[in-house]
Design a binder for this molecule. Structure first.
Ligand SMILES: Nc1ncnc2c1ncn2[C@@H]1O[C@H](COP(=O)(O)OP(=O)(O)OP(=O)(O)O)[C@@H](O)[C@H]1O
Ligand SMILES: [Mg+2]
Length: 495
């Protein structure tokens, strides 16, 4: 066992106004399976990069282990897998990588195939195998689940559960629950380390938030009561004082004794007011320490358009090709108004290709697809790498209602300071939120979303669940988050 100690860490990106970390300190144990959670843009990837020594920072990070980071950068994906291994970890030991690859249930015919012909899931698994073939390194695993299909998530989850000595960033609740024993969370106001898995962390957070909300309401009432009482005491003191001198005092002025009695009474009243105010200030201070970690996740509204024709989309006997390769055979699918369809299938089985066919991209195919006339589709692509430039320019180019668009982003926890950033400087989840906000701003008959939740934080996943359950827009999506698919009660279509 050894410790990683973070002391008084402060960091901000050059040219940025906001501090990502400000004077934070915590310790973690290198034996843990540590889940790392926090809303998009809070600095999870940045922290992992700080551990890797990528940026300069104030404060200290001490550790007696070496760090290794997932995902590896693969410079030339057209090279054979075996050459890519050489690239990313020149000292790799083949038998160890083979051992891990087989634990991850990857076929062992992959070694001489070009890396980019592996499915996303296989690419992830190969990288994880290399990562875990290294001895004595503490592993920093940044969002391995994105693009992994449900089956692959199960395999990787139980694989990780048998390992230890890693930090795992993930927003997939069921995945986290299956493979971590501690949680590091970047909250709104602080950073916390606790033992347990995601669900126990979540229960605890809910309890804490509920307690603070109740305490806040109680204190608010108490502050109001004290403030009224202090005002009353002050008024009484003034009234009593007025009987000592001036017109109202005539009948009391007869003796010095009476005047000093009145003076004493007014002094006591003033004292009472001061005591009440002191108590009130204490309560105000107590109240101001509350609610700091409550995450804003206001409901989002959606006004989908209704189309009178049924079905909206009718696909029959369709074969789909990726280039010249047949990826999907004999697809028969109808999308009816009000339906929410989740396309389920292994990585590489043609889900995105089918989605692209529906939105009208030029995909080689046989069979028929009919769309209801005048059908308006809103599309969220899997990829976000094309986003660049100013947010304002993006809004103008896409003809979006600026106020509405910004409102959606704000509700999904975009701080105002983020609006000045270039799109390419946003965190992975923030980029996906830009695409989601664009889609939500668009009134459409059909929402077509390709892995909408990749990189999206847990709180916003819940916001989107709530939105779909409330407005039931007609949707077809590819999404591998089990908790999400169950909670929106989607019709599963297996490809
Ligand atoms: N190169 C950069 N220049 C300026 N700001 C950056 C840069 N990279 C990241 N940021 C900002 O730093 C903050 C933290 O980003 P980071 O990628 O660490 O977040 P994250 O917690 O990993 O988010 P996500 O869950 O979306 O992956 C974000 O506000 C982001 O906009
Ligand atoms: Mg990140």
């Amino acid at each position: 066992m050894s410790l990683i100690s973070v002391n008084n860490l402060t960091f901000y990106y050059d040219g940025s106004y906001d501090n990502i970390f400000e004077d934070v300190s915590f310790q973690i144990d290198t034996n843990w399976k540590l889940g790392f959670i926090g809303r998009n843009g809070r600095g999870k990837t940045t922290f992992l990069n700080l551990l890797m020594g990528k940026y300069e920072y104030k404060g200290s990070i001490s550790a007696s282990v070496h760090f290794d980071y997932f995902p590896y950068e693969v410079n030339d994906k057209s090279r054979a897998v075996i050459d890519v291994l050489e690239d990313i970890y020149p000292e790799y030991e083949f038998w160890k990588v083979c051992r891990e690859v087989s634990l991850l249930e990857v076929n062992d015919d992959i070694w001489y195939r070009p890396f980019d012909t592996l499915s996303n899931g296989e690419q992830t698994k190969v990288m994880l195998a290399v990562l875990f073939s290294r001895d004595n390194n503490f592993l920093l695993i940044d969002e391995p689940t994105n693009h992994l299909d449900m089956e692959a998530r199960e395999v990787v989850k139980s694989y990780l559960n048998k390992k230890s000595g890693f930090i795992l960033v993930s927003h997939d609740r069921s995945f986290l629950d299956g493979c971590i024993d501690h949680v590091l969370s970047i909250n709104r106001a602080n950073i916390d380390v606790v033992s347990g898995n995601f669900s126990s962390w979540w229960e605890n957070k809910k309890r804490q938030d509920d307690f603070e909300l109740a305490e806040n309401a109680k204190l608010k009432k108490e502050i109001k009561r004290l403030s009224d009482a202090a005002m009353q005491a002050s008024k009484w003191a003034d009234d009593v004082e007025a009987t000592k001198i001036g017109k109202r005092s005539e009948k009391y002025e007869k003796s010095i004794g009476t005047r000093s009695y009145v003076g004493e009474k007014s002094r006591r009243m003033q004292q009472r007011r001061k005591n009440l105010e002191r108590r009130m200030n204490r309560e105000i201070e107590e109240k101001s320490a509350l609610l700091k970690n409550i995450e804003e996740a206001e409901s989002i509204k959606l006004v989908p358009l209704k189309h009178h024709k049924q079905p909206l989309v009718n696909i029959s006997g369709m074969n789909l090709y990726y280039g010249d390769k047949l990826v999907c055979r004999d697809v028969n699918l109808q999308i009816r108004s009000g339906q929410c369809i989740a396309l389920i299938g292994r990585n590489g089985c043609g889900k995105s290709t089918l989605i692209k066919k529906i939105i009208g991209e030029n995909i080689k195919s046989e069979g028929t697809i009919e769309l209801a006339s005048g059908l308006i589709i809103s599309y969220v692509s899997q990829d976000t790498s094309f986003l660049s430039g100013e947010l304002k320019q993006y809004i103008a180019e896409n003809g979006l209602d600026e106020t509405l668009f910004m409102q959606f982003l704000r509700k999904m926890d975009f701080a105002r300071t983020q609006f000045d950033k270039k799109l390419e400087e946003l965190s992975a989840g923030q980029k996906k939120k830009v695409l989601l906000a664009r889609s939500l701003c668009t009134q459409a008959h059909l929402y077509v979303w390709d892995e909408p939740l990749n990189y999206i934080d847990i709180f916003s996943r819940m916001q989107i669940e709530e939105l779909i359950n409330q407005y039931r827009p007609t949707m077809i999506m590819v999404e591998h988050d089990k908790t999400f698919i169950e909670s929106i009660n989607a019709d599963k279509v297996h490809l």
